[in-house]
Write a protein that binds this ligand. Structure first.
Ligand code: HEM
Length: 180
């Protein structure tokens, strides 16, 4: 997984606890003093070790924490990948282009990073369908990212979730009240 995700997870833990608790979590995850570089990729197991220790230590529900973490990382993802986001896009346009533009750039520019292969369909101007089938089972992270993207564009959305073979289908609908 991309170093940016590790760096953000460390920030997220510090923001949700204290420097002392953060050190304890890194100790228990057997990653004491480990330095993560935003331009490199690291084993998924290390992310899982830090994340699961955090949930245990702070008594957090993993799915809720994953969604919160998704919201937390979105501002920095939007800043880092800004050159690939067109000014005229709204929330639905960005969602429609996550796979063909954004995740594709992540894959091409970061050796070792492998964002999920999302199958995205623009059903109509106000609705996007996203099929997620990654082995990592991190759909709640995606839901947090989507909610924060909508907030960024000041748009109201609803998200429905259904099971598909080996994954989850999200339908993201824009509420009629928003203007973009
Ligand atoms: C501007 C928007 C986005 C950016 C810049 C972005 C970028 C990234 C990056 C850098 C990773 C780490 C990949 C790795 O290291 O292997 C990632 C993973 C992920 N992304 Fe995105 N992403 C965006 C939007 C979304 C959206 C809308 C979803 C909704 C489903 C999503 C779902 C995920 C999930 C679930 C992962 C975790 C890895 C996995 O499950 O395989 N992303 N993304």
């Amino acid at each position: 997984m991309h170093g940016i995700i590790f760096l953000q997870l460390q920030k997220f833990i510090k923001a949700s606890s204290s420097p002392e608790v953060f050190s304890k979590i890194m100790d228990e995850a057997k990653l004491r003093g480990k330095f993560f570089d935003a331009t490199k990729a690291y084993p998924d197991e290390e992310l899982v070790a830090i994340f699961s220790t955090t949930c245990k230590t702070l008594n957090l529900d993993p799915e809720v924490a994953l969604e919160e973490f998704g919201k937390f990382i979105t501002p920095s993802l939007l800043t880092t990948y800004k050159p690939y986001i067109k000014n005229e896009w709204g929330c639905m346009d960005l969602l429609e282009n996550i796979e063909s533009t954004i995740h594709r750039v992540v894959r091409a520019s970061n050796a070792g990073a492998s964002p999920p292969e999302l199958v995205i369909t623009r059903i109509n101007p106000a609705e996007v369908q996203i099929d997620y089938t990654s082995k990592r089972k991190m759909i709640s992270l995606g839901i947090g990212i989507i909610k924060k993207i909508a907030e960024h564009y000041n748009e109201q959305i609803t998200i429905s979730k259904t099971a598909i073979p080996n994954g989850t289908r999200l339908k993201v609908s824009k509420s009629a009240k928003t203007s973009k």
